[in-house]
Design a protein around this ligand. Structure first.
Ligand code: S3P
Length: 427
């Protein structure tokens, strides 16, 4: 599918974005492992989260879905059944890495695999610590790549110091730890998104947290409940950027999750001079939620590094787009993790953004963007990466002439309805 974008005169309106991807995955997983029924409202019906539902159905869990309302009939942690076929995670890193931790505890065998992008993404970061806990997992190149073959069983707790700030690594180990003997703890260099910790608490689990270290003890039971999923700040980020790309624009985005481990985009837009007001803040099943009032301003360059990186890792493609039109230079460093996302996002951002006439220099751990470019419409390829497709569509709103995005169907991975919503708020 091809998406066509033309230069916008104005962005305005009051909108909601689809449910948070990370929270939607976790609600299905914990619901499937819990005793009793879990109802999920505001579920993200994007391809990634649908992959998670399908994988649990293949392990015998009954899951009903009507739009963004999902009901999971949990049968308890050991109510899962050995899948008769390979489990297909599609494009979803969260699905494969968290499920590897869950299946490592199960008394059965399962094989996990996904698409071409998943086949290139590193898995030993979860396979290694799970093996230390006693799990038997194999994959290409000694467990680095899919397909992963898992023979689950009895595990013992470990104290793991993760070299990367990754919520997928942390979550896989904690989920395995819930059925391991003794205590399991994970310490990370910077705090990554903490949705697993918060949702485990909502499901009745005792989670101990201190700084960047989190621990759980084995043998606890999850209790099914109702989960309301907030709008995904990573999707809202594209709309915030749209406002910043088009002078005179303003937008209200309602019910967005503003968990501090995810809200780096708000800090950065503000540091660049943009207006984002947080209104009506409240807590919904342990997650902070608010309405965002966003107004255009001329942006200036900034430096993004260190502990800020995990708080906005998925937003870097669209931050690069804003940096391209900002005054001055933007430097992004400490973001090596971009290389192992759905695509190598240092390379794909640089190659696609350059087509608009933006000045981007890729570096080993990020990129340097010289702002102030007058963007011109371009022929873009999403490269199969949802966030590259959307970020470049936003660049197209500020580019002279027409922009086309090839392979735009990838956008359905996290933001179904993106093109329609964009059409609705632009003129
Ligand atoms: C996610 C964690 C992040 C993020 C991804 C979703 C999650 O990945 O980039 O989009 O739901 O746990 P890493 O754990 O690899 O940093």
């Amino acid at each position: 599918m091809e998406l066509r974008i033309t230069k916008a005169q104005k962005v305005e309106g009051t909108v909601r974005v689809p449910g948070d991807k990370s929270i939607s995955h976790r609600a299905v997983m914990l619901g499937a492992l819990a005793e009793g029924k879990t109802t999920i409202r505001g579920f993200l019906p994007g391809a990634d989260c649908l992959s998670t539902i399908e994988c649990f159905r293949r392990m015998g869990v009954t899951i009903e879905r009507e739009g963004d309302l999902v009901t999971v009939y949990g049968k308890g942690w050991y109510g899962l059944e050995e899948p008769r076929q390979r489990l297909d995670v599609g494009n979803s890193g969260t699905t494969i890495r968290l499920m590897t931790g869950i299946i490592a505890t199960q008394p059965f065998h399962a094989v996990l695999e996904g698409d071409e992008s998943i086949a290139k993404r590193p898995m030993r970061r979860v396979v290694g610590p799970l093996r230390e806990m006693g799990a038997k997992i194999d994959g290409r190149q000694n467990g680095e790549y899919t397909p992963l073959a898992i023979r689950g069983g009895k595990l013992h707790g470990i104290s793991y110091r993760s070299p990367v700030a990754s919520a997928q690594v942390k979550s896989a180990i904690l989920l395995a730890g819930l059925q391991a003997e003794g205590t399991t703890s994970v310490e990370e260099p910077y705090l990554s998104r903490d949705h697993t910790e918060r949702m485990l608490q909502a499901f009745g689990i005792d989670v101990q947290r201190a700084g960047n270290r989190v621990s759980v003890s084995g043998g606890q039971t999850l209790r099914g409940r109702e989960i309301v999923v907030p709008g995904d700040i990573s999707s809202a980020a594209f709309l915030i950027a749209a406002v910043m790309m088009v002078p005179g624009s303003s937008l209200v985005i309602e019910q967005v999750g503003i968990n501090p481990t995810r809200s780096g985009i708000i800090d950065v837009v503000r540091a660049m001079g943009g207006h984002v007001e947080i209104v009506n803040e409240r807590l919904v099943n342990e997650e902070p939620v608010a309405d965002l009032h966003v107004a255009h301003a001329e942006l200036r360059g900034t430096v993004i590094e260190g502990e800020l990186i995990p708080r906005l890792i998925d937003e870097i493609p669209v931050i690069a787009v804003m940096a391209a039109v900002a005054q001055g230079r933007t430097i992004i460093r400490d973001a090596q993790e971009l290389k192992v996302k759905e695509t190598d996002r240092i390379a794909t951002v640089a190659s696609q953004l350059a087509k608009f006439g933006a000045k981007v220099t890729p570096t080993d751990d990020g990129m340097i963007i010289e702002g102030g470019a007058a963007l011109v419409g371009a022929e873009i390829d999403s490269m199969g990466d949802h966030r590259i497709g959307m970020a470049m569509a936003i660049a197209g709103l500020a580019a002279e002439g027409e922009t086309t995005i090839a392979n735009a169907e990838a956008i359905n991975v996290s933001f179904p309805g993106f093109a329609n919503l964009l059409r609705q708020i632009t003129r």
